[in-house]
Design a binder for this molecule. Structure first.
Ligand code: 6PG
Length: 271
């Protein structure tokens, strides 16, 4: 797949985080430029950790928006730019289906990134969401997080980077409006049921997502423009995506132009 030359993203609204706590908001002409910018951010951060001789731990969402990003990361363009032996990849969430099911996030990530890239197989940490015992599968994934991220006792596991998406209903990860996991503030990984989709999921919880050093939302599609306007301009507390507020880390929104259709030049972030 041909990707744009090394451009650094489209439209002007490139509001770097002006001060701690204010998210970075960037809009892009199209999904390819957004994906290129996100892949470049991944590469830059992975390089810093390789220099520090520390593993680079990132968590990937599913859905359709990040597919191009994962294909770019799996392409030869980034094959030689990232020290993949130093990268550990995890899942943000997963549908409770077999790993070869068309609905599986793992299947999409495997085809787009894992298979074509030099990433060692054992460096991808899959959620076994197909398990009939979803609680056990969630506990097992939490144990995998503990052994890989090695948080200090009583601390949340901290990812270097998490890519999140957002649905038109304002959900992120598999944290859906009116779902039980919205109120989970102890477990790291939980099963969750998406009522409107009639779909069982496994998902990382808000405390883990908010412990990350950097969270980047990737948002594309005009169907998200209304919700994104409300998420970024308030009122607060209406959508799950508004509860992504990294405790110490950085928050970025990479927005494809049609999803930015309702955003004004000056943005107030709904806290
Ligand atoms: C999933 C994702 C989910 C996704 C949003 C946006 O399992 O579906 O993790 O949270 O990020 O639903 O999906 P799109 O990118 O397809 O719009």
């Amino acid at each position: 797949m041909g990707f744009p030359h090394n451009t650094h993203g489209g439209l002007a609204i490139n509001q770097q985080a002006s001060s701690k706590g204010k998210p970075e908001i960037r809009t892009f002409d199209d999904l390819e430029q957004l994906s290129w910018a996100a892949a470049t951010r991944f590469e830059e951060q992975a390089r810093v950790k390789a220099i520090d001789k520390k593993p680079f731990c990132a968590a990937l969402s599913g859905g359709s928006t990040p597919k191009l990003l994962y294909e770019l990361l799996g392409s030869q363009t980034f094959g030689g730019r990232v020290r993949w032996t130093n990268v550990q990849l995890f899942q943000v969430d997963e549908r409770c289906v077999p790993p070869d099911d068309a609905q599986s996030n793992y299947r999409m990530i495997r085809q787009a990134l894992i298979e074509p890239s030099p990433l060692p197989e054992e460096n991808f940490h899959r959620m076994a969401a197909e398990s009939p015992d979803r609680e056990h599968a969630a506990r097992e994934y939490a144990e995998d997080l503990a052994s890989a991220l090695k948080p200090a006792p009583g601390q949340w596991p901290q990812f270097d980077l998490i890519f999140l998406g957002m649905g038109p209903d304002g959900h992120t990860a598999s944290l859906f409006p009116e779902s039980a996991a919205l109120g989970e503030h102890t477990a790291w990984v939980v099963p969750n049921f998406a009522p409107k989709l009639n779909s069982h999921r496994l998902t990382l919880t808000f405390p883990v997502l908010n412990a990350a050093a950097h969270v980047i939302f990737l948002i594309a599609g005009a169907d998200k423009a209304d919700t994104l306007h409300q998420v970024l301009n308030g009122p607060a507390g209406k959508f799950p995506a508004q509860l992504i507020q990294p405790t110490h880390g950085r928050l970025s929104w990479f927005i494809e132009k049609s999803a930015a259709g309702k955003l004004s030049g000056k943005l107030e972030i709904g806290n």
